[in-house]
Write a new protein. Structure first.
Length: 853
């Protein structure tokens, strides 16, 4: 007991001399200013808030993590492992933080953390290895710089000795990295990297001036020990290298230590080791750990311990190059240069507001450290942080609904074409983010696109606003759509003319029916549900011929956008997700019934065609062996609008591959079967024709020509379906909508047909959805996402990556398609008589071997 008390008394005296009486512990605790640390300490200063601390695992881990770093840096080596050394240390921390007496630190928990981290991160060496280590010998010799200098000078072959030790240490370090499944390089690359580094060193003058003038220290204004070697000091928190002329200059920057930029790498390493050991900043193997990172960089295997700060350091590289070169500039130009480099860096890396502020602080500190008037003055002219804040201020509440925001776009003129009015298409759709009941369940996305911009790049589809779908549905989207229209109409150019001319608003059937106050009923039993004509659902099948529904067209309907907006249809949802899905389901089942083929056979044939059409990567993972059915479908089920579990684009790709299989590969064994195959080919060709008209960007037809052809294709498709299904097919609204496509093209004869498809708008929805899912915000989701999108757009505009005018070719546009296939044309001549489709048979003939119910 007496020996225990005596040991604790000795440790207590040692602690007082090491870090208590000189105020080191108080100063270190004052630097711990993270919100989580402050909140944890505040909770432990009163018993009323203890439960808040112990119920929060993050607070507990953060508190003990901070204490771990304190004990690592402050507790003397001779005290470690002694009985009660942690308990006494925690007692001093308890006193310094003024914690409540009823709270006691868990010394056992801290001991486990230390043991775990030592086992995970530290290089374990025995006493023999320490004896032959350069740093180990130095530490044993009383941690004295003079002794270290003599130790180096007494070694005959210091260069070989150093290389040998470094190689062994790096091999061991690399092995540990492999076991931890971290970034590593092969041993050959390590040796080559070391040789590359040593190649640039003049061996005759390596150690002549290690402890001369360059080892003189001085205390700067903020009390940090720095190495006064050159005028250009380099800031901390990272390691990187840069390519200069024909050789590589490496820079080492650790913690608050600032070290000279030097091409004499070996001398730089020794100086760095001396400095850090004297300051007791790193452990025994710390310098070798960071030298290992230096080797990784030289081997083009970047591995940085602190990822975020290493990212922020990248933008400083070119600035340092300017500071260390003969470059004539004034403060304004230099500030613009720095801003542009920071924009490039931020555009290439994910970041948040705090990291932008840290980057601004980092850059200004570096520039001020040069003590060059022109450079220091430029820090007051930097704009990138100010512009970030302006972007955030551009997101303002919608006002018409709760939890809704829009982009005001008043600050940055580069968003505006100031010369002429833009013709735009407006778009709105719900984005389902997570499962129902989640705080991120659904948002309503509104965006727009300039019609005259032919590019389909997603950057051309501009987001206007986001709001919570439940809030928008309270007024059936009327408030948000009205605000959308008014805001776009009120934007003016500098000459006072309207900034935008709204051609029409586009959305799926649900949104459009809300806009025109129509019933959300889309079946053949619905009454007065078509927004363009007065036909009821049970009458749709009677008016499938070209132009037959024109006499029932409604008068222009008043809305927020354009007079003829009621004639506009979303061809993507109608064709890709409606018509094509049923056509694929119907024709594949008819084919498998007639020719007794299995789902596996059809899958293999379709995938073979997908390779030829360069669609294999899209279909290979989605078409399963039993996709087309484990069992044959009865005739009665084909009257219904069945579909396969594929997305809209996959439905189109699959139906094109199936058509190519029938057209170019499949051979019929009898005339009867060939006739039935011709009927399927006729139907598929006309369906794909309609899809291609509204998907391809340039088919060489005017809108009036497209309207004439589309009217013909639609008649062929609808009449064929009715004949095949013996007039038992229940036509839904998506099929009926096709009868108005011709009038839509004629009405908007200046709009390219592919602009009526929301396919690329849907891709923009995916971009918004990814941003929402990637974020951690649960209160202002819409505002946060809009801030990110606005800032990203601003960065792309400043770094020259705004690819609005670059060509984009989707997969469906890359497919070569012949609208007037001679073989199909011959089939048309046989099938079509007196402008009426007359197929050779109906669905019953495909089921001749079955009982007709």
């Amino acid at each position: 007991v007496n020996s225990k008390i005596f040991m604790e008394k000795c440790i207590d005296q040692r602690y007082r001399a090491a870090f208590v009486e000189n105020g080191i512990l108080s100063n270190r605790l004052a630097t711990l200013s993270t919100p989580l640390w402050i909140s944890s300490v505040r909770d432990l200063q009163s018993t009323d808030s203890f439960c808040e601390f112990f119920s929060n695992k993050r607070k507990q881990n953060h508190l003990y993590d901070g204490i771990y770093h304190l004990q690592r840096d402050l507790i003397p080596e001779e005290c470690r492992g002694k009985q009660g050394y942690l308990k006494i240390f925690l007692g001093y921390i308890h006193s310094e933080l003024n914690l409540h007496d009823s709270f006691i630190f868990d010394a056992e928990k801290l001991s486990n953390i230390i043991r775990h981290r030592n086992r995970r991160y530290n290089i374990i060496q025995n006493e023999d290895e320490l004896e032959i280590s350069v740093i180990g010998n130095f530490l044993i010799m009383n941690k004295n710089m003079v002794a270290f200098s003599e130790f180096i000078r007494n070694k005959n072959d210091m260069e070989g000795y150093l290389i040998s030790n470094l190689t062994n240490l790096l091999e061991f370090f690399n092995l540990r990295q492999i076991k931890l499944k971290r970034c590593h390089v092969p041993l050959e690359s390590i040796k080559k990297s070391i040789n590359d580094i040593l190649h640039y060193v003049d061996s005759t003058t390596v150690y002549n001036s290690i402890l001369q003038n360059e080892m003189e220290f001085k205390l700067n204004q903020i009390g940090i020990m720095i190495l006064n070697i050159s005028k250009s000091n380099i800031n901390s928190n990272g390691i990187y290298y840069k390519q200069l002329s024909t050789h590589k200059t490496f820079v080492i920057m650790i913690s608050n230590v600032e070290i000279q930029q030097s091409s004499d790498l070996k001398k730089l390493l020794i100086n760095y080791v001396c400095l850090n050991v004297v300051m007791k900043h790193l452990k025994i193997n710390g310098p070798f750990k960071f030298f290992y990172q230096l080797v990784l960089l030289n081997a083009n295997k970047p591995r940085l311990a602190r990822k975020n700060k290493s990212k922020l350091m990248k933008s400083v590289e070119l600035i340092l190059f300017i500071m260390n070169s003969k470059y004539s500039f004034d403060s304004n130009n230099f500030a613009k240069f720095v801003d542009n480099e920071c924009y490039k860096f931020l555009n290439n890396h994910t970041h948040n507001d705090k990291e932008v502020e840290d980057l601004f602080t980092l850059v200004t500190n570096i520039l001020n450290a040069t003590k060059i008037n022109e450079i220091s003055k430029s820090t007051m002219l930097l704009k990138f942080l100010e512009n970030r804040r302006k972007c955030n201020k551009e997101i303002v509440p919608l006002g018409c609904v709760k939890d809704g925001y829009y982009i005001k776009y008043d600050v940055f003129n580069n968003y505006f074409n100031i010369n002429e009015t833009e013709k735009i298409i407006l778009y709105g759709d719900d984005i389902s983010v997570n499962s129902s009941g989640s705080s991120k369940s659904s948002v309503f996305h509104m965006s727009y696109k300039n019609i005259e911009n032919k590019s389909s790049k997603l950057v051309c589809y501009k987001t206007f606003s986001l709001c919570q779908t439940p809030e928008a549905k309270k007024t059936k989207y009327a408030d948000v759509l009205k605000f959308f229209a008014q805001e776009m109409k009120n934007k003016k150019l500098k000459n006072g003319s309207p900034k935008y001319e709204i051609r029409f608003f586009l959305g799926d059937n649900i949104i459009m029916h809300h806009l025109f106050d129509k019933k959300l009923s889309f079946s053949s039993k619905s009454k007065d549900s078509c927004r363009s004509c007065t036909l009821n659902g049970d009458e749709w099948s009677n008016y499938v011929k070209s132009y037959s529904s024109r006499e029932f067209i409604r008068s222009p309907v008043e809305n927020f956008f354009s007079e003829m907006n009621y004639l506009v249809y979303d061809t993507f949802h109608d064709l890709h997700e409606g018509v094509c899905s049923y056509m694929l389901y119907l024709t594949t089942n008819l084919f498998m019934h007639r020719f007794n083929k299995t789902s596996l056979f059809l899958k293999n044939e379709i995938l073979q065609q997908s390779v030829k059409l360069k669609l294999h990567s899209q279909l290979n993972s989605v078409i399963k062996d039993d996709l087309f059915g484990k069992h044959k479908v009865s005739k009665k089920n084909l009257y219904k609008k069945g579909r396969y579990p594929l997305k809209g684009a996959h439905q189109v790709y699959t139906i094109i591959c199936f058509y190519n299989f029938l057209r170019y590969k499949f051979v019929c064994e009898s005339n009867d079967n060939e006739v039935k195959t011709s009927d399927i080919l006729f139907l598929l060709h006309n369906v794909i024709n309609i899809v291609m008209v509204f998907s391809k960007s340039n088919i060489g037809w005017t809108n009036n020509q497209c309207a004439v052809n589309v009217e013909k294709y639609v008649q062929n498709v609808l009449e064929s379906i009715l004949i095949l299904t013996e007039n038992k097919f229940s036509m839904s609204l998506k099929f009926h909508n096709m009868t108005h496509y011709g009038l839509m093209l004629e009405t908007y004869d200046d709009i390219p047909p592919n602009s009526f498809s929301t396919m690329r708008f849907e891709a923009g929805n995916k971009k918004v959805k990814d941003l929402i899912q990637a974020g951690n915000c649960y209160k202002n989701i819409c505002k946060t996402v809009l801030q990110k999108m606005t800032w990203k757009t601003f960065l792309e505009g400043n770094v020259g990556n705004n690819e609005e005018n670059t060509k984009y070719e989707s997969l469906i546009q890359s497919i070569k398609w012949n609208f007037e296939d001679n073989y199909i044309k011959n089939i048309n001549d046989v099938i079509i008589s007196r402008d009426t489709v007359e197929l050779s048979c109906d669905i019953s003939s495909y089921f001749e071997d079955e009982y007709n119910d």
